[in-house]
Design a protein around this ligand. Structure first.
Ligand SMILES: [Ca+2]
Ligand SMILES: [Ca+2]
Ligand SMILES: [Ca+2]
Ligand SMILES: [Zn+2]
Ligand SMILES: [Zn+2]
Length: 629
């Protein structure tokens, strides 16, 4: 739907040609409105233009992209952040020169540097390496693309110092509260300043006391990413002076929320939309502009070619001369895809030249829903690690279903519950379902919306009952109608007390699972296990037993001991897993004992990280959670 402003703008364009001055949301100094919205980027058709392109995107020589952000900014003499008067340092920049605008040598026809750069471009873009500006090469150069150079100087001087500095950064990456980061930054800077007079081009970073030291990460798939943030909770804002004139503000914010959510779903970072804190506290600032925009050193190029760029410090600019459209629109450039790409840069990912990657520099139109693919997931997790965290319960939900031919089949899905959120796990694809987590109350009706202790699906020839447990109570779930019974077919009303339904079992429990191999439910509480015979409806005599006796450690002392988060019988693995914190222990199964007969029956194999077995079970900040629910 068009906003009021858009309608007015549209009317202006229709009635009076040239009405760009009415673009209210652009730069206050009106520099951008001097460029008519319809102005097209000059196509690259000759060598001069190609040479500028190759220089701008780093093929002639790697561009120090981050430095260009502040190249016109004054360098403070005294850059001790504690004594600095911010306002006295900020001055208007000089007239800016766009990278690549420098004059091109006359004799470039024979310029080997140019030929090499051209070949480099052709190689990187999988074109025939001719060393000539042929039509294929021109076409590739004229495609819509990201403004971040393909080849960036890997500037380790950014790190600004010593190995202790690096290890500190690394330390923060795991510890990372904001306050801690702030303190460490100040301390770190003070040391660096006193020992070494490093020129501070990036003084704004220091001013804002941000922790943005680059940490080079090992090559992976031949790429070098850099962990940009050492904290897990990041704030973002669509800045008011930079609203797009093409999509409504609600549409823009929706699309950005979705873009942040997509990254959040696959890495430990969480993104919070923050429209109230001082701007200096915002980690990622997004805005639209045309031509010279938003105080940026880089100039946008009119309609065509460059559609956005991102800075390591957290600014993302979109060229508002492009025709940005909502997801799944047939035309234009998907703002969602561009936003996901640029956020990837801010998080530290470089361009990735691989089919399917969202980090490819050229815009790849796509007609269906796009998702961040497997290798991009691995790339971001390589920088920030996998997702960890305790679960409330983990289970396979089994239900009877009929095929279109009326054949009865039994289907199961795997669910991970954490507090008030759940993920469906696609075992086949080894990842969570796209768009998860979802609020418990959205997907599971009639059970408590938070903190389920355990789930058990009792399944015999006679009984088919799924139960949720919380506190002293339990609920029976009607899988066919996908909601909890208030009264089941046997006339029992829910919730019921655990002590009534399962005599001899204490409550609350830590967790429970049903073992179909011996028709028993196993309840876990503290360091004890209680077996419950579902056919006799009574506790098995001889129980409770000690967890460590019934499930002995295979490797001495490698045992959760008690207070389990979840015990999970997986139909995919045909094995039982114990979960506690970020770890799981697999219970020795028959194939294990065939391979190694000395393994104790029901022994616990050595612990492993949950994130190494089940991928992408990642928290998402509540400010972006509600999108798909
Ligand atoms: Ca996350
Ligand atoms: Ca453009
Ligand atoms: Ca539990
Ligand atoms: Zn890019
Ligand atoms: Zn910019």
């Amino acid at each position: 739907m068009l906003s009021c402003i858009q309608l007015i703008a549209l009317a202006c364009v229709t009635l009076i040609a040239r009405c760009e001055a009415e673009k209210l949301f652009h730069s206050r100094d009106h520099t951008d409105v001097e460029i008519p919205a319809a102005q097209q980027t000059a196509l690259i058709i000759d060598q001069d233009a190609a040479q500028q392109f190759l220089k701008k995107y780093g093929f002639t020589k790697p561009v120090n992209w981050e430095e260009t952000q502040y190249e016109s900014a004054p360098v403070p003499v005294n850059d001790d952040p504690a004594t600095m008067d911010i306002m006295s340092l900020i001055r208007e920049g000089d007239a800016l020169t766009r990278a690549g605008e420098d004059s091109v040598p006359e004799d470039s026809m024979q310029n080997p540097e140019y030929i090499n750069a051209l070949k480099e471009f052709q190689k990187m873009y999988n074109l025939p390496v001719t060393g000539e500006l042929d039509d294929t090469t021109k076409a590739a150069m004229n495609k819509p693309r990201c403004g971040v150079p393909d080849k960036e100087a890997n500037d380790t001087s950014m790190v600004n110092g010593t190995s202790s500095d690096l290890s500190e950064t690394h330390h923060n990456s795991t510890a990372g509260s904001d306050a801690q980061s702030l303190n460490h930054t100040q301390a770190g800077n003070a040391t660096a300043d006193s020992t070494e007079p490093v020129r501070r081009k990036r003084f704004l970073e220091t001013l804002l006391v941000r922790k943005r030291k680059k940490r080079a990460v090992d090559n992976m798939f031949g790429l070098t990413g850099q962990m940009a943030f050492s904290k897990k909770m990041l704030k973002w804002r669509l800045i008011g002076e930079g609203y797009s004139s093409q999509l409504s503000i609600d549409e823009q914010r929706y699309i950005f929320r979705l873009a942040f959510r997509m990254w959040s779903e696959i890495c430990p970072l969480e993104f919070e939309e923050d429209n109230s804190s001082p701007l200096a506290m915002i980690d990622m600032r997004l805005g639209f502009g045309t031509g010279r925009h938003l105080g940026c050193t880089q100039t946008f190029d009119g309609a065509g070619r460059e559609f956005a760029h991102a800075w390591y410090l957290g600014d993302i600019h979109f060229d508002d001369d492009e025709h940005f459209t909502a997801p799944n629109s047939d035309n234009g450039i998907s703002l969602l895809k561009v936003a996901v790409h640029e956020i990837g840069h801010v998080l530290g990912l470089p361009h990735i030249y691989r089919t399917g990657s969202i980090m490819q520099p050229s815009y790849i139109p796509q007609d269906s829903d796009f998702e961040i693919d497997w290798l991009d997931r691995k790339a971001i997790q390589h920088l920030y690690g996998g997702c960890v965290g305790p679960f409330s319960t983990v289970f396979d939900w089994i239900r009877k279903d009929r095929t279109p031919y009326g054949e009865l089949v039994v289907r199961f899905n795997t669910y991970f519950f954490r507090d008030s959120w759940y993920w469906l796990y696609e075992n086949r694809n080894n990842r969570t379902r796209y768009g998860d987590p979802i609020a418990l109350q959205v997907g599971w009706h009639g059970i408590p919306s938070d903190g389920i202790d355990g789930f058990a699906h009792v399944w015999t020839w006679r009984i088919d009952a799924a139960y949720f447990f919380k506190g002293t109570q339990y609920w029976r779930y009607d899988s066919e109608n996908d909601q909890a019974y208030t009264e089941d077919p046997e006339g029992r009303k829910y919730p019921r007390l655990i002590s009534e339904g399962f005599p001899g079992i204490p409550s609350p429990i830590d967790t429970v699972f049903y073992d179909r191999r011996d028709y028993k439910m196993y309840f876990f509480k503290d360091s004890l296990v209680y077996a419950f015979d579902v056919n006799k409806n009574q506790k098995v005599s001889g129980f409770p037993k000690r967890l460590t006796d019934m499930f002995p450690a295979v490797v001495p002392n490698d045992h959760p001991a008690g207070n389990l988060d979840a015990v999970y019988f997986s139909y995919t693995h045909n094995s039982v897993f114990f979960f506690k914190g970020m770890y799981f222990w697999k219970v020795v199964d028959n194939p294990d004992r065939l391979k190694n007969p000395s393994l104790p029956y029901n022994g616990l194999m050595p612990r492993q990280n949950v994130a190494n077995q089940w991928y992408d079970i990642c928290n998402v900040h509540s400010s972006v959670l509600k999108i798909k629910s």
